[in-house]
Each structure stands twice: as C-alpha cells, then as structure tokens.
Design a protein around this ligand. Structure first.
Ligand SMILES: [Fe+2]
Length: 225
C-alpha cells in the first residue's frame, strides 16, 4: 500500500493482458466515518487484506467497469460486511456476486460527501464509472486512460511507443474503437472536466501527479474536436 494523499492509498499488482505486462492498481479511500472504499480491487492476498484492514473497516467494494471485477468476490469473502457496487452490466454478468447496487452518476449516500461520480456514456462494452475524490482533487479511473512511462516493462514500453501513447496520460486505440456513441461520450467527458482534478489515478501505468489533465484532453482530441 502506498499513501498518495491523506485518506488515499493505492496498491499495485502485476497483470498481463494480451501478452503485455500492464500492472493493475487498486485505490483505497478512507471515508469521513473512518471506513474504507476499495476501487478496482487487486487480488486479495492475506498480507494485503491485513494491511487494508489496519487502515479501517472495508465498507464498499467497487467494480468500476465491465473489465475490473475479477477480485471483488475474493474481497467480499475476506470482508463479508463490505457492500459490492458494480458498473452497469456487471449485475447481469456477475450474478454470482451479492450486489448491493449498480453505480450511476449519483454518488451513494455512504460516500457522496467526499466522492463524486459519473457513469461514462457512449462505450457500452466498457461502461466505466469515473470518480472524483474531492478532498485530494483526484480523478480515479481504470481504463479511460493509461500512463505507461519508464516504469513499464520493456515490451509494454515498445507497444505504447508504437501506439504513440508512451509517457503520457492518454487513451489507446482500444477506447476509440469501443466508442459507440460519440455525443454521449463527449458529454460525459465534458462533465468530468468540470471537476477540478489535477492528480489522476488509473489502473494501468503511473499515477499522474501533474499535467495529466492537459494530456488527457489532448489524448481525447478526436472526441472533443
Ligand atoms: Fe483495465
């Protein structure tokens, strides 16, 4: 666990996708009641569960898009008191999970005093819900952008260089290909830009402390222009 700001931590774990080491990141927010909100959980190893529980009781497990839900069940088993909230579509895909609710653009009562959210439209195969942690001005997302830089594995670096997505906060061609409704996608993006975020936490690549906002806008130029 790495502390990013007050009441904000991340935990990283290896993840291979299409033969490339992409890594995955979980974000942990401590809410005003002292309980924890876990976004995009990584594997629930006994060590990590212990480390997380030392910070507070796990109250919420968030599966923020159709791809980031694999380890929610493990965490639910380790922390049975936690409530599971999932991106739209996962409620059908993961009927094996005990789901407390489906995420929308309205924050749940349990976290709305510190976290805002938008159900990102226009990409029905992804259905990502993005979050804004107000106390730390942090945008929290998983797959809407990557930030592969010098910490990336050699092959991953090469792939992102070829795709002109190296060392910057930017989507890949995949997001572009998965966009079905540009107007809906653009409306969500513009709403997201109303949040005064500076730091960006994403699932793959490095956390962006500065300049990520401008980089993200450039990366989505095809959508916004
Ligand atoms: Fe991902």
């Amino acid at each position: 666990m790495r502390e990013i700001d007050s009441d904000l931590w991340v935990s990283e774990s290896p993840l291979r996708f299409l033969g490339l080491e992409m890594g995955a990141r979980m974000t942990v927010v401590r809410l005003s009641d002292g309980r924890l909100w876990l976004h995009s959980p990584v594997p629930a190893t006994p060590e990590l569960v212990k480390e997380v529980q030392a910070l507070g009781e796990v109250a919420y497990l968030i599966a923020p898009n159709c791809f980031h839900h694999l380890y929610v069940g493990e965490w639910k088993e380790a922390c049975p008191e936690a409530q599971v909230y999932v991106a739209p579509g996962l409620d059908e895909k993961r009927s094996d999970l005990e789901i407390a609710g489906v995420l929308g653009s309205e924050s749940e009562a349990g976290w709305k005093d510190v976290i805002d959210q938008i159900d990102f439209g226009g990409m029905p195969m992804v259905n990502e819900v993005v979050f804004f942690h107000r106390p730390s001005s942090t945008l929290i997302m998983v797959d809407l952008a990557f930030n592969m830089g010098e910490n990336a594995a050699p092959l991953t670096k090469l792939f992102f260089k070829i795709n002109r997505a190296y060392d910057r906060v930017t989507p890949t061609l995949l997001e572009r290909l998965l966009t079905r409704d540009r107007a809906a996608c653009r409306a969500s993006f513009e709403r997201m830009l109303e949040w005064p975020f500076e730091r960006i936490i994403m699932a793959h690549g490095d956390v962006s402390e500065q300049g990520g906002r401008e980089s993200l806008v450039r990366g989505y130029g095809w959508l916004l222009n």
